[in-house]
Ligand binder design. Structure first.
Ligand code: SAM
Length: 273
């Protein structure tokens, strides 16, 4: 594996920084990869207000198509606003398709394969982006660039002496994915040892060693993904991955489900006698 640390440059006045849940260095990183590799089929999973969507639409080639997906219909920071409201002026454009209230697996047939650039920026807590990556990989072209945001959200807040157990300590899903996935090439940003954005190329090793990513699902989950169509996930994993990998997935889902159903009955003792 070759790990490349990109040195961020200044953004231009045309680059949007409003309603983007990213630092300027992270915005530059995304722009750099998009401009350098000039993808034709781009997928954005996790839209929020739509600040990054606006950038992707402005940076992409005229003949490239962007598919944006968000599982919510309303913006989590202000539920009176629709998901992606900041990008609403682009909604009639033919080169942008926005799926609101959907997960990738609900719409993958409409998107199709040959995706050559994807940014995954959703829950940040396990199983979040692990399940999204498992769902997207069969549709990704060899050579596709996968960008993961909020790689080290958990560390960022500790660094600033802010500890919020619910959102921050558990926000290590993309760090596990970035570290656990196989690729000949990974990129991070060289401005901070705790860089918060990373990317890798999908290649033969990514597919060969994909069971390593499924193993991450055996770690303790922060939440149970009731918002996903888990029957569809089961069928999809069975169809697209090896029998061994499916068996690992299926057993893991059963045990995680059992754990979450048991949870109210579990008493964790701190008594050391
Ligand atoms: C951190 S925000 C995205 C920020 C955005 N990428 C940006 O740069 O401004 C996370 C978003 O992911 C969405 N989300 C969570 N789980 C999802 C899933 N399985 N599929 C699609 N979107 C999801 C949430 O509704 C939320 O709007």
């Amino acid at each position: 594996m070759v790990e490349i640390e990109l040195v961020p440059e200044d953004l231009s006045n045309e680059d949007n920084t409003s309603y983007v849940e990213m630092s300027k260095a992270d915005i530059w990183f995304l722009k750099h990869l998009l401009k350098k590799y000039n993808p034709k089929k781009i997928v954005e999973v996790g839209v929020s207000a739509g600040g990054t969507t606006v950038n992707l639409l402005n940076w992409k080639d005229d003949n490239a198509k962007l598919y944006s997906i968000d599982i919510s219909t309303q913006w989590y920071q202000d539920e009176t606003k629709s998901i992606g409201f900041f990008a609403s002026e682009y909604e009639q454009q033919e080169d942008w398709k926005f799926f609101k209230g959907k997960d990738f697996l609900d719409v993958y047939k409409e998107i199709g394969d040959n995706i050559d650039f994807i940014i995954i920026d959703t829950r940040h807590a396990v199983p979040g982006e692990i399940l999204t990556f498992i769902a997207t990989l069969p549709q990704l072209k060899d050579g596709c660039i996968v960008v993961l945001h909020d790689l080290h959200l958990n560390m960022m807040y500790i660094n600033e002496d802010i500890i919020d157990i619910y959102y921050n300590i558990a926000s290590h899903c993309n760090a596990l994915l970035f570290g656990g996935v196989s690729s000949h090439k990974k990129w991070t940003v060289k401005n901070d040892p705790m860089t918060n954005i990373g990317a890798f190329v999908v290649d033969d090793t990514t597919r060969e060693n994909i069971k390593d990513v499924f193993h991450i699902l055996t770690s303790t989950w922060e939440y149970f993904p009731d918002d996903l169509d888990l029957d569809a996930y089961d069928e999809y994993v069975k169809e697209h991955y090896s029998t061994e990998t499916y068996n690992l997935y299926s057993n893991c889902m059963k045990l995680q489900s059992k754990l979450f159903n048991l949870n109210p009955k579990i008493e964790f003792s701190t008594d050391k006698k």
